[in-house]
Write a protein that binds this ligand. Structure first.
Ligand code: FAD
Length: 311
């Protein structure tokens, strides 16, 4: 039985495990893929104090830092079920898809999130070569260039406003016949001279020259006519999905959208169960935020364990 078991091995999980190990707690970290979303990232320029790094390099640095401590690292472990303790101070259990299970006095859930993909030809091929998902991360790479934003909900329209301040021109593409974002955001977007909005448009392909993307193909849903636009990059903003399918029925309280509801200390509704990073209700999904939240949840787990008698 661990004192603390961290589920998920991205920036939030690595930070959480390092913090509890430094408190002298027996700590385990079990993850489907160590490094998390960072493994899918190329240039990272906003991890404060690190001017520039790359995803695989940062993931290796996280693993090295974790390896400095007596932390039981279990990679390629997909959690499928959380069985909470029956009362305060009790033991929680995590079941994995290989049938194994691990027990701990306290849990820190950091299973992250994934950007919903378009699922069209070219999207995978040109990922990080024009196809991007995070405007806060990659927007400045497109200074002065022509970019597209796919998705006219709040996140798409916010992304387009953000990008309109940085890039040369933004084309917002929405599947529906109208934008679904809040009116105040839509009005703000329309006030930019360098923004074009295309509605009733179904993106059918990300085009490229084999090395980088160079545009998009879309179908006008009213006329079925096919169109292409030349673009240097495209930001796909059709949803960020929290990795919490495995928590349904566990008793951990989720929003209707699937995010784990946490308080200011990273606590969930279940005593001894904490959560951090992209998987939670904490806004703005970023590496530096996930690291901070993971550290905070770890300190809360420490506080819980020293104050709670084992059942
Ligand atoms: P994640 O990184 O998502 O890690 C989740 C962990 O949980 C992984 O180890 C995963 O394998 C594991 N997991 C998931 N489900 C299970 C399960 N059922 N059982 C066990 N383990 C599970 N942020 C920046 O600050 N700067 C950037 O430049 C930047 N660029 C990005 C570029 C791309 C392409 C993407 C996708 C994201 C980018 N981000 C960037 C966002 C950043 O990567 C995330 O905010 C950050 O990784 C979140 O950390 P996390 O630990 O909460 O979750």
């Amino acid at each position: 039985v661990f004192e603390v078991l961290v589920v998920g091995g991205g920036p939030a999980g690595a930070a959480a495990a390092i913090y509890t190990a430094r408190k002298g707690f027996s700590t385990g970290i079990a993850a489907e893929r160590l490094g998390g979303q960072v493994m899918d990232t190329m240039g990272i320029e906003n991890l404060i104090s690190v001017t520039y790094t790359e995803g695989p390099k940062l993931a290796a640095a996280l693993a090295n830092h974790v390896a400095e401590y007596d932390i039981d690292v279990m990679d390629l472990q997909k959690a499928t079920q959380l069985i909470p303790a029956t009362g305060p101070g009790g033991i929680h259990e995590i079941v994995f898809d290989n049938g194994a299970s691990l027990k701990a006095r306290s849990l820190i859930l950091t299973t992250g999130a994934r950007w919903r993909q378009l699922g069209v030809p070219g999207e995978d091929e040109y990922k990080n070569k024009g196809v991007a998902y995070c405007p806060n991360c990659d927007g400045p790479l497109y200074r002065g260039k022509r970019v597209g934003v796919i998705g006219g909900g709040n996140s798409g329209v916010e992304a387009a406003i953000d990008l309109a301040n940085i890039v040369g021109h933004v084309t917002l593409i929405e599947f529906d016949s109208q934008l679904r974002a809040d009116a105040v955001l839509v009005d703000k977007l329309k006030s930019f001279p360098n923004v074009e909005i295309i509605t009733s448009a179904q993106t059918t392909e990300v085009t490229g020259d084999g090395t980088r993307m160079n545009g998009l193909a879309y179908k006008d849903r009213n006329t079925d006519a096919e169109h292409t636009i030349a673009l240097d990059g495209v930001f796909v903003q059709i949803g960020l999905v929290p990795n919490t399918e495995w928590l349904k029925g566990s008793g951990v309280e989720l929003t209707p959208h699937g995010e784990i509801i946490v308080d200011a200390r990273g606590g969930t509704n279940l005593p001894g169960v904490f959560a951090a990073g992209d998987v939670t209700t904490v806004p703005y999904k970023q590496i530096v935020i996930a690291m901070g939240e993971g550290s905070k949840a770890a300190l809360s787990a420490f506080d819980y364990i020293i104050r709670t008698e084992p059942a």
